[in-house]
Design a protein around this ligand. Structure first.
Ligand SMILES: [Mg+2]
Length: 165
């Protein structure tokens, strides 16, 4: 099952308002200035260990290469990255109406983590689960693991009910 993360205010937070992972060493800290929410590294490794695919879905225009390199400095890899440019190219293109700024279900993402409550309402409308996260929360990683496992169970159950194996 695919789980995706927003970047700004979710994985990238301000050390003034949130506990963060240690900054990178010079000169990397000059190239990659974003600070990661404390627990990000362990959580993503744990999600991989539990068999989830982990994606980034951001409406920012940071390049995929930049995002991959930044997280590689922390030993974290992603299975897929959707940034603002990719979303415009693959999701929005060809639609005259403006679609929501993120549609994780288009990438078969079952659970998306975001700080914006509007994304949660799109989730209800378009059929993907959203874990809302904004404020500092010491237990966010445990809560997310629990939500992911509930979503996975629910999907497996639904698959069985619809004539699967
Ligand atoms: Mg955000």
């Amino acid at each position: 099952m695919r789980v995706s993360f927003d970047l700004d205010e979710v994985l990238f937070v301000s050390p003034v308002t949130h506990k963060t992972e240690p900054a990178l060493r010079f000169p990397l800290n000059r190239i990659f200035r974003e600070r990661l929410r404390l627990g990000t590294v362990r959580l993503i490794k744990e999600l991989h260990a539990q068999g989830y695919e982990v994606w980034v879905y951001t409406s920012s225009f940071r390049s995929e290469k930049y995002i991959r390199r930044l997280f590689a400095c922390y030993g974290v890899r992603f299975d897929g990255i959707v940034n603002g440019a990719r979303h415009l190219r693959e999701v929005q293109r060809g639609h005259s109406e403006t679609l929501p700024q993120k549609l994780p279900n288009r990438y078969n993402i079952a659970l998306h983590v975001d700080d914006e409550s509007v994304i949660a309402s799109y989730g209800r409308e378009f059929g993907f689960d959203v874990f809302e996260l904004y404020a500092e929360d010491a237990d966010w990683a445990e809560k997310l693991i629990k939500t992911a496992s509930e979503v996975r169970q629910r999907r497996e159950l639904r698959k069985k009910e619809h004539g699967g194996a």
